[in-house]
Design a protein around this ligand. Structure first.
Ligand code: SAH
Length: 495
């Protein structure tokens, strides 16, 4: 049976500006055909099983011609696949979405359209420019300033100037001089407020706001590059007054989050909300252990407490117990400790309540908290990674507690974004890297190899993590307490 093609507008780049319907379509896709301007974090949402087909222009490579994109969509759909056609911004605004739908229709392929947040509106919003305002104008025009190579623009500047409205030009950076000259020649006043916004609505956004006649010189002096849009009209005068985005504490800072994918979410989100350009580059991954002997033995003996030191421990325990023909009822009668909020939440997802969570989320505080509530001679079942640190079991043992350390899973170093990170580090484009465990430090260092990054700020949760980071970084900061909120606060203060 022929599959369906879903055109999805991905928004201006930031994952938060993808619609819920768009994210659902991506999650269910068998194949995703995507453009160059779709944000990295959005591409990360594509399920691993889905086929990824890039069709945009990148680093001097020519884009796939439109007729080939059309053919790819039809071929994939005829293979019975649920195809998502992912486009930057909105799919029907200068995205050739209409042409693709016509082609699908002609070939009997069903399609649907999920609109996206267009850069034409999102970039001004992030630059403090309301495209309409009752005091200035009640209309906005969105215009393409794309010219065929060597050809002049075919824009009726006289008509545009006569309208006296807000003008937004897309694809216009190379033709910027032609646009400003065209407007001035048609009689627009030379001090008409105007702006160019680069990477609008993204953590890397830059803007130039000034009078129309100075715009191209200022933009070239600042070196703004594509993707960028031009906006002309009296509303641009509000840009500084209504600016909110560049005032965010981490605006203009690029921060790498190295936690594994499943746990990167909250930290990345909190940093983004403070205006940072966040690169989610997980440097470790969890791998199940297939050897179930030690866990089988461990569960033979009674224990007072089951202790989890990572959210990954819970699915790993379920998996391993499953292989033994058992389930979480194997914990029956034991009290349960979690190293932090994330681990407690992972337990809650399985209907289990943590009886103990230390105030600070590291091995040392967990050990202290357990020692406080346990009698000497008590016993602990430690369900954690093979590579777990020694502080926790040692401290417990010193307090006379019997510890059974069960190696449930391996933490392996793996980073899909190693090349991109290396390039950005070499160009000095990264301000800080966050580390939430010793293994994230090691995974990062192994991934980026011998590039110079010593001066980059390393922000760590926990003293053990910081110690590991000091081996490789000159500038290491530690969160006041081992929580995500304090890590974010530490970055804000120190960066
Ligand atoms: N369908 C897209 C536009 C595609 S045309 C949309 O609705 O946004 C591509 C042009 O969009 C670029 O040349 C640039 O002018 C503009 N653009 C796309 N993303 C942008 C961004 N994040 N910031 C500024 N301009 C952007």
């Amino acid at each position: 049976m022929t599959g369906t093609v879903t055109l999805v507008g991905a928004g201006p780049g930031d994952k938060g500006l993808l619609t819920t319907a768009g994210a659902q379509a991506i999650a269910q896709a068998d194949a995703v055909v995507y453009d160059r301007l779709v944000g990295e974090d959005i591409l990360d949402l594509i399920p691993p099983r889905a086929e990824k087909v890039p069709v945009g222009k990148e680093n001097n490579h020519h884009p796939v011609p439109q007729h080939e994109i059309n053919d790819i969509l039809v071929r994939l759909a005829r293979e019975g696949k649920n195809v998502v056609r992912l486009k930057g911004g909105d799919c029907f605004l200068f995205g050739r979405g209409g042409e693709e739908c016509e082609h699908l229709l002609q070939n009997g392929v069903p399609f649907r359209v999920i609109p996206g947040v267009t850069s034409a509106l999102a970039a001004p919003a992030f630059a403090g420019i309301p495209v309409t305002h009752r005091d200035f104008t009640s209309s906005v025009h969105i215009i393409t300033a794309h010219a065929r190579a060597g050809k002049p623009l075919t824009i009726d500047f006289d008509a545009l100037v006569r309208l006296n409205v807000t003008l937004v030009f897309l694809m216009g950076l190379t033709a910027l001089e032609q646009v400003t000259d065209g407007l001035l020649r048609a009689g627009m006043q030379s001090d008409m407020p105007a702006a160019v916004i680069e990477n609008g609505a993204r953590g890397t956004q830059r803007k130039v706001v000034c009078g129309l006649s100075d715009l191209s010189a200022n933009v070239r002096a600042e070196g703004l590059q594509s993707p960028a849009l031009i906006i002309v009209g009296r509303v641009c005068a509000l840009s500084d007054t209504l600016d909110w985005f560049t005032l965010l504490p981490l605006h203009g800072k690029t921060i790498v989050v190295t936690r594994p994918k499943a746990r990167a979410g909250t930290l990345a989100e909190k940093l983004r909300r403070r205006g940072a350009n966040v690169i989610e580059a997980p440097c470790i991954e969890t791998a199940q252990r297939e050897d179930t002997r030690s866990i089988a033995d461990a569960f033979q003996q009674p224990h007072d407490w089951a202790v989890f030191t990572s959210p990954a421990g819970i699915p790993a325990a379920v998996h391993t117990l499953g292989k033994l023909g058992r389930d979480l009822r194997a914990l029956y009668g034991m009290k349960i400790a979690a190293i932090g909020k994330g681990t407690a939440a992972a337990l809650a997802a399985y209907g289990l309540t943590a009886d103990l969570v230390p105030t600070q989320y590291d091995g040392e505080h967990l050990a202290d908290a357990l020692v406080d509530v346990m009698p000497q001679g008590g016993s602990v079942l430690l369900l954690r990674a093979v590579q777990g640190g020694q502080i926790l079991p040692e401290k417990l043992a010193r307090a006379g507690i019997r510890v059974t350390d069960v190696p449930l899973y391996d933490t392996v170093h793996r980073c899909d974004k190693a090349d991109a990170l290396r390039g950005m580090l070499a160009e000095g484009k990264i301000d800080a890297v966050t580390f939430t465990s010793v293994s994230t430090v090691e995974g990062f260092v192994e991934a980026v190899g011998a590039v110079e990054y010593k001066g980059v700020m390393a922000c760590c949760i926990g003293e053990q993590t910081a110690q590991a980071a000091r081996k490789y970084f000159a500038n290491v900061k530690v969160a006041k307490s081992a929580t995500i909120d304090d890590l974010v606060a530490c970055i804000e203060e120190e960066i």
